[in-house]
Write a protein that binds this ligand. Structure first.
Ligand SMILES: [Cu+2]
Length: 139
């Protein structure tokens, strides 16, 4: 039994020495400042899939939002830009997706508009959840 425990701890050291394993990384998360009465605000982020599987963003959570929905922006039949919920955003292995103004975004409902930054947790299929800090700034 003692031998098994010793082997496990050596293996754990070997893994940590190699740095963090390839995974999913979220970078450059941001949101525009909005007035205190704003019912919602969009959150943008870059998601890198460093795994060997397709990873799908299905939504997110944050203490700063009553709900965080995945939305896409599209032209409707009347030619008007509108937003609609998106079930998921697939990211190919080794690829990245950028959530940006005019496209896919996360919609923070009832945002806490007093915050200059807030954490969100990205919900992913095929990978662990990823927490990223959203910076509130004008771009
Ligand atoms: Cu939206």
């Amino acid at each position: 039994m003692k031998r098994i425990v010793g082997f496990v701890s050596v293996a754990a050291i070997a893994v940590s020495a190699c740095g963090s394993p390839p995974g999913v990384e979220a970078r450059d998360a941001w949101s525009r400042p909005v007035p205190p009465v704003a019912p919602a605000t969009a959150v943008f982020v870059e998601i890198h899939n460093g795994t060997t599987d397709v990873v799908t963003l299905t939504g997110a959570d944050s203490a700063a939002c009553s709900e965080l929905q995945l939305h896409e922006t599209a032209l409707d039949e009347a030619g008007v830009m509108s937003m609609r919920p998106l079930a998921g955003l697939a990211i190919a292995p080794g690829d990245k997706e950028t959530l940006a103004p005019g496209g896919i975004h996360l919609m923070c409902m009832s945002p806490d508009t007093a915050l200059e930054e807030f954490a969100i947790t990205l919900r992913l299929r095929n990978a662990e959840d990823v927490v990223v800090e959203v910076i509130v700034e004008d771009r």
